[in-house]
Design a protein around this ligand. Structure first.
Ligand SMILES: Cc1cc2nc3c(=O)[nH]c(=O)nc-3n(C[C@H](O)[C@H](O)[C@H](O)COP(=O)(O)O)c2cc1C
Length: 209
């Protein structure tokens, strides 16, 4: 049985482009995996806090020496990491905010990037411990950052996520960029026309070759 971890990070709920695209992916994935399991993680409803000294102290205390308070302090991190290990595939909805990932996604990354849990330096070189997993990332942005455009170098979402996921062992990662969403804001295109090519691109991934 396959398991998909569905992560959203847009604060815009129903109005969100990236949430619409992850939802489309999940529907298609469920149809293709009738016995599969979907774990849903909404980062805007997960009470993610910035890591602090108590959190860092807890994760660098050997497990057998941790106090109950320390275990409690990193319980959410443990849960989020368990979700990553439970899944074979990840689908992430990511709005570009100020050329990077939204703050809740950065908070999540800080919770799941943990030494000897999701990466290791045991051999001297870094080794990602999330092996044999696939990530699909749907990025929505107001502007267009495609390769070759004048704005391409402003896109810190894709290189950052490739680096972080690769560091954790997830090198099989693909990006679908829904760029130019500002045309919606300015009424230059209707929502359905904007979404349609991206929806078709997602559906085509599930069609038999
Ligand atoms: C706080 C904030 C910051 C944004 N920063 C950028 C940006 O740096 N570049 C860009 O192209 N669009 C930016 N946008 C536009 C969003 O990327 C765009 O509205 C996109 O559709 C957001 O994804 P969502 O609809 O899934 O929330 C920003 C929007 C907000 C609300």
């Amino acid at each position: 049985m396959s398991t998909l971890l569905h992560i959203d990070s847009s604060p815009l709920g129903e109005a969100s482009i990236s949430r619409h695209l992850t939802s489309e992916f999940v529907q298609n994935w469920k149809a293709a995996n009738p016995n599969g399991k979907v774990i849903t993680r909404d980062l805007n409803a997960s009470n993610l806090a910035p890591i602090d000294a108590a959190w860092i102290g807890a994760v660098y205390t050997p497990e057998e020496a941790r106090t109950a308070a320390q275990n409690n302090r990193i319980a959410l991190s443990d849960t989020l990491i368990a979700e990553l290990f439970a899944a074979d595939e990840f689908v992430l909805g990511v709005p570009m905010h100020n050329f990077g990932v939204p703050s809740v996604l950065k908070l999540w990354i800080d919770q799941v990037a943990r030494v000897n849990k999701t990466f290791s330096y045991a051999t001297g070189a870094p080794v990602g411990l999330l092996q044999h997993k696939t990530a699909h990332v749907f990025v929505a942005s107001g502007g267009v950052y495609d390769a070759g455009t004048t704005m391409a170098s402003y896109n810190f979402v894709e290189p950052y996520l490739r680096t972080v996921f690769g560091f954790l062992g997830v090198t099989d990662i693909s990006f679908l960029n829904a760029g130019g969403a500002s045309a919606l804001t300015y009424g230059k295109i209707d929502r359905q026309s904007f979404l349609q090519p991206h929806i078709e691109s997602i559906r085509s991934q599930f069609q038999p070759a």
